[in-house]
Write a new protein. Sequence first.
Length: 480
Amino acid sequence: MLNNTEFRKIAHQVADWIADYWENVEHYPVKSQVKPREIYEALPEEMPANSEDFSAIWQDFQQIILKGITHWQSPNFFAYFPANSSYESLLAEMLTAAMGAQCMIWETSPAAAELEEKMMNWLKKACGLPETWSGVIQDTASSATLCALLSAREKFSDFQINEKGFESFTNFRVYASVQTHSSIEKAVKIAGIGKENFVQVPCDEHFAIRTDLLEKLIEADWQDDKKPLCIVATLGTTSSTAFDDLEKLSEIAQKHHLWLHVDAAYAGTAFLLPEFRHYLKGIEKADSYVFNPHKWMFVNFDCSAYFVKEKEWLIRTFEILPEYLKTQNDSLVNNYRDWGIPLGRRFRALKLWFVMRSWGLRGLQKRLREHIQLAQDLTRKIATHPDFEILAPTTLNLICFRYKPTHITDENLLNTLNEKLLQTLNATGKVYMSHTKLNGKYTLRMVVAQTYVLQKHILNAWQLIQERAEKLQTDYLENF
Ligand SMILES: *Cc1c(COP(=O)(O)O)cnc(C)c1O
């Protein structure tokens, strides 16, 4: 076991290793190339009975663990959405771990509670969210969405489900588009609403919810004695960063007295840029809103910003006050244990503070605009290449495209070809991209959002994509 002197020495070495790692991370194979069970088999069956030297642990970290890591901080990481970090965020996270404070109530670390309140207000202002709303940090957007559905459920049952269970409340209905994130369905299930009451509404040609159909479905449900409860709007879908028409949705929600939750998990960071705030039109009529600084705002996982119009519904849904948690200051301060599911909470506001101060609003805006510009430039290249096509508008910095040689029209063949292309690209270790299906078409997703990504990484990736696609077409299609 380490003592303080040994810790001091090793911690310096680890800090150096981290700096080296970030300096060289672009040269690691982005996607881990290990086989299933390879890491598991390399580890002993039981914990060691006696203390092991730290040097042995460190060696195994480098030899066993590192090869099973997919390098999310690599500037060649273009898959899913990013889980960005930054030097500032990393430093704050080290301090958070060092202090190891539980930030469940004000008294258990006043600075954590008050910094969190202040940071949520900074974010709210910087993103153009309504002034009167309140914010709280959640671990993930999934948790925030669950909180939204539970709050809606309790508001509309007058807190009777919390009291008595579901006995007299059935057939609540939740509406979202077919392009909505899987966390909505998960929340519907956990909140006891039932998957059958989750209504997924078709989308238009830009993958945004068909609001005309939505309204018909809500009206039919009222007729049918069901209880429309909540609409979930998506600003920036996971497949293609499509934006639902929030203004129209907010009118429908208001007219039919539904809770409106807004899932902007990824794209919410873009509202730091005034030129994208038109997508927020109608937000003042919504009830809750979530976005993840841990995706594109250079604040490492986990850090999800959840905002609510009226905190009363949230707090009354979750509050508990056993004797041992009562304090003298309960009416003056925020006790965030009542603003979400877990009791214990990490000090996550610190990394937001470090990043927002060190980068400044202008610095953040500059980097976001660079990412968007890089993606728009590449979109143009792909769109004008005769053998590739863009499959959804690049609204921000996610490019949805596929390889489509002019002479191939068979959709199944194109799907197979693009699936193979993605596998080939990812197997090189030089880039990592993911896929989705849009209108049945196998679609490559390339998101240009990694904190330290530069134009050269994008150009290299595009070069690689073209080379591999051509090779695939000669190797593979000849045998067809
Ligand atoms: C990533 C994402 C989520 C889930 O985020 P978590 O924080 O991992 O739960 C939800 N909705 C959308 C639109 C997303 O892009």
